[in-house]
Structure formats: C-alpha cells, structure tokens
Design a protein around this ligand. Structure first.
Ligand code: IMP
Ligand code: MG
Length: 199
C-alpha cells in the first residue's frame, strides 16, 4: 500500500537493549541458499520416503518451516520442547522434557531439526528417547554447529554451518527470549553482562 510515508521494516529494528550489540555472522540470504542444499541432500538420501520432521522448540521454528517448504514430497512435522537445567552458557547436562511428541514415530523416517548443536547434551538426551520409539530411520539436521563446545558424542547427519565459539542470536535463536525474529544469524556482544542460555 502506497501511503507516501517511508516504512521502516521491523526487520531493521534489532530490538537490542543497552549494553548489547549484534553483528551479522550469516545473512538470511546465505541461510536460505544453504537450506536449499540441505533439503536436496536429505531428499537424495530419502527420495521417496515420507519425512517426519521433529523440531526442537523454540529455536528451530523458522529453520523447520523453511526447510519443510524446500523438501518437497510428503512431509509431516511435530515438535518437542526441552529445557536445560542450570544457568549461564555451560549446561549441567540435565535436560527436562517440557512437551512430548503428539504422534507416534514408530516406523517413520524421522529428521530431528535443531537450531544449534553446542555441547550436544540436549540432542544426546533426545536421541535416546527417540531411539526407544523405534523409528525406521533417525537423522539429525542442525543449522549451526559449534564444534569446539562439544561434550557429548553427538554428530549431525546434515549441518548448515560450522561456527566459532560465540553466542549467536537470530533466525529463531534467542537471548532471554529476544532476537529470535532477526532474519540473519548474528553474534551477540553483551559488554560486561553475563550470558544466559535458553532453548
Ligand atoms: P546443547 O545441549 O549445549 O547442545 O545446546 C542446546 C541448546 O542451547 C540449543 O538448542 C540452543 O537452544 C541453546 N544454545 C546453544 N548455543 C546457543 C547460542 O549461541 N545462542 C542461542 N542459543 C544457544
Ligand atoms: Mg534449541
């Protein structure tokens, strides 16, 4: 609609607070390009199979919805919510289940969709639960991999980008529930304040 006024896109307003600053690490365009490649790779491995995506809330919502649209073929999805005990950037390794799956995954080709693989403790916990439910195939796709931080022996089958050990926000990833709506993946600088980790 042409109103004559200059419209400032909400995309340009990062919403950062005093002492916080962000710098783009991976642009939205780069994310979308890489997603097409990941979707093609997954479809090459499972050309005719119905794919059941399981998104880990909340960080994976944009990634899952964009990936689902690139995959083509028969796709269904479900969500799981977990939270990691302990504060700060170092997880205790204890994971609490907040929301379980809605439908059975037995006999299905399941792709777990995660925003970021950090220590790997969350995915290790989830994979144990999922394996017990006897899917036909169980694969993991992560948008980001902070390889240096790994504690648990977990590997993603499909990885968007390997990134350095920095705290990132945007494209679903948050800091204190903020910044998820940034289209780009950005590094967050907090000045002297300490970082908090949330799922
Ligand atoms: P992990 O269990 O240490 O592998 O990390 C699990 C969760 O921690 C991820 O799914 C994210 O929700 C969160 N997380 C880890 N690193 C970051 C980050 O750099 N920014 C935002 N969230 C993060
Ligand atoms: Mg997460």
């Amino acid at each position: 609609m042409a109103t004559g006024k200059r419209v400032v896109s909400s995309r340009l307003r990062a919403g950062h607070r005093e002492g916080e600053s962000i710098r783009t690490l991976i642009s939205h365009a780069q994310v979308m390009r890489r997603l097409k490649e990941l979707a093609a790779q997954i479809r090459r491995d499972f050309p005719k199979e119905p794919l059941h995506l399981i998104g880990v809330l909340k960080g994976s919502v944009f990634f899952l919805s964009d990936l689902a649209r690139e995959l083509g073929g028969e796709v269904s999805f479900d969500f799981m919510a977990v939270s990691s005990y302990g504060k700060g950037t170092d997880s205790t390794g204890e994971v609490k289940l907040i929301k379980d799956l809605d439908v059975s995954i037995e006999g299905k080709t399941v792709i777990v969709v995660e925003d970021i693989l950090d220590t790997g403790l969350t995915l290790k916990y989830l994979l144990r639960i999922f394996r017990e439910k006897k899917p036909k195939h169980l694969r993991i796709v992560v948008l980001l991999d902070k390889h240096e931080r790994r504690i648990a022996d977990v590997h993603a089958d499909y990885t968007g980008f390997t990134i350095p050990n920095e705290f990132v926000v945007g494209y679903g990833l948050d800091y204190d529930e903020r910044y998820r709506n940034l289209p780009d993946v950005c590094v967050l600088h907090l000045g002297t304040r300490t970082k908090a980790k949330s799922a």
